[in-house]
Write a protein that binds this ligand. Structure first.
Ligand code: NI
Length: 164
């Protein structure tokens, strides 16, 4: 296991539509372990496989370390996730490990129900709210080649991040 280098905007891989995961083999398990380690070495709360050079629908999310986290599931691995229910709407200021210099305002659902496969290929469903719901929506954007910069509608939605 080793933390992986994180690709930064404007790396073209971040703009690609990711492929669904179809094979549950040891290289997938290895990648998942490396992504978990990379996530915990980073200041972020979620990491999508395209950010570490794999254009597949796989993400590791753990918002529990954030002071902004509400109720959450701790570490979750989502493979081929689909949001099946959205509720509410709020404007949220978010960052991305691949866009380290900026924060942006985006409009997101407050709560989502997401269906995904876990690391063993077993279907599961999570009801997520608050920061965890934002993270799920943010990660699925990564699979569609979308970054937080794509949510910027006006210069007032873009903020330069202070050093961290
Ligand atoms: Ni991101």
């Amino acid at each position: 296991m080793a933390p992986l280098p994180i690709r930064l905007y404007p790396d073209p891989l971040l703009k690609k539509v990711a492929q669904e995961v179809a094979q549950w083999d040891s290289s997938l398990q290895c990648l998942i372990n490396d992504m978990i380690e990379t996530l915990y070495h980073s200041p972020g709360v979620a990491l999508a496989a395209p950010q570490v050079g794999h254009s597949i629908c796989l993400t590791a999310i753990d918002v529990s370390r954030s002071p902004r986290a509400g109720e959450n599931h701790g570490l979750i691995i989502l493979i081929n996730p689909r949001i099946i229910q959205w509720e509410g709407e709020h404007r949220f200021r978010e960052g991305c490990l691949s866009v380290p210099e900026f924060l942006t305002n985006s409009v997101r659902a407050e709560k989502v129900r997401v269906k995904a496969l876990n690391r063993n290929g077993i279907p599961q469903e999570f009801h997520c709210e608050g920061l965890e719901a934002i993270a799920v929506q943010h990660e699925i954007d990564h699979f569609e080649g979308k970054l937080i910069l794509d949510h910027v509608r006006s210069p007032r939605d873009l903020f330069r991040r202070k050093e961290r």
